[in-house]
Design a protein around this ligand. Sequence first.
Ligand SMILES: [Ca+2]
Ligand SMILES: [Ca+2]
Ligand SMILES: [Ca+2]
Length: 153
Amino acid sequence: MTQTILRRVLCLSAALLLPCAAHAASHDLATFIREQDLDGDGKVSKEEFQRGRDAEFARMDRNRDGVLSHDEYVGDYRERLERDLRERPEGERAEMRSRQLRQADVRFGVLDSDHSGGITTAEFAATGWAMFQRHDTDRDGWVSMADVPNPDA
Ligand SMILES: [Ca+2]
Ligand SMILES: [Ca+2]
Ligand SMILES: [Ca+2]
């Protein structure tokens, strides 16, 4: 009984940390490397990853106050989502849109770990760092194809 509840809680927290379809890409090793390998050497250093994350944060922080508001975070996601949705059959779009936006909302809540209503650079960096470490399974400070994918990632 207790175990069932525990398992459910664990599944729920895993689900919260899991990305939605449009973000699932970043959690696949090969896609992670393709997206984050800025200098094209086939692997991602911590510095390279950090540079990419900084640029991503700066792009989303429209009013340049160093904090991602809910509107900035979800608004940025919505723009990308609308582009993705154009490639989907029309009948699927509305359902997918509301599901994905709900998930973006949940992700905002997870990223905003102190529930201040905005994601600070520190909160954003902490999540990114966790993602990097999850991929760097051999802990050499690089994410490369030598890192055997973690089945939980
Ligand atoms: Ca690289
Ligand atoms: Ca802002
Ligand atoms: Ca590695």
